[in-house]
Design a binder for this molecule. Structure first.
Ligand SMILES: [Cu+2]
Length: 188
């Protein structure tokens, strides 16, 4: 009797130990995979986003508020959209003559740790060039953002009619697109 009890206890103990090991392994696994998932792309969100409607062949821009929920700065290095021939990351600055012009933002768009970056007419924006088709109010436009760590994140913005955001375009210093500025000016 004593022997069988002891055997039973030993067996139970080893089963309990095995179960605990499995549970611990599962918890560790869950833990490490959730760490992997908490990437820069997951920490970046876009709110109140919209795109200015524009005719085919023209340029336009997307705006909104980018939020970074992580403890590290997030840098957007490029953007693309099926609605644009190509895209650039822009800022608006006052030229020597005092006119507001837009140009590529050197180093891209940075959303500070636990902070936000507002993209708005007259300020930073996601620039669309060479629209293959008109963007009409109410239409959904998807945009993909590429981050400095190589990850990407996407958002969809609705197009709206907007009379402003007509800053002239001055190709940025050191830019790779030496197009004559006259052909890049907004015709709106
Ligand atoms: Cu622009």
């Amino acid at each position: 009797m004593t022997i069988s009890t002891s055997r039973f206890t030993r067996a139970t103990r080893s089963i309990v130990t095995a179960v605990l090991l499995v549970v611990a392994a599962a918890l560790l696994g869950a833990c490490s995979s959730s760490d992997d998932d908490a990437s820069s792309a997951d920490s970046l969100t876009m709110a109140d986003q919209w795109v200015k409607g524009a005719p085919a062949g023209e340029m336009t821009a997307a705006f909104g508020t980018l939020s970074n929920s992580s403890d590290t700065d997030i840098r957007i290095v490029s953007a693309s959209s099926p609605a644009a021939g190509r895209m650039e990351l822009h800022e608006v600055v006052a030229s020597e003559s005092g006119a507001m012009t837009m140009r590529q933002k050197e180093g891209g768009l940075v959303i500070p740790a636990r902070g936000t970056l507002t993209l708005a007419p007259g300020g930073d924006h996601l620039m669309f060039f060479d629209l293959p088709q008109a963007i009409t109010p109410g239409q959904d436009v998807s945009v993909e953002l590429r981050l400095s760590d190589g990850l990407t994140t996407s958002f969809t913005a609705q197009a709206r009619d907007f009379p402003g955001a007509d800053e002239k375009y001055s190709p940025g210093h050191g830019g790779d697109s030496p197009a004559p500025s006259t052909s890049e000016q907004s015709g709106a």
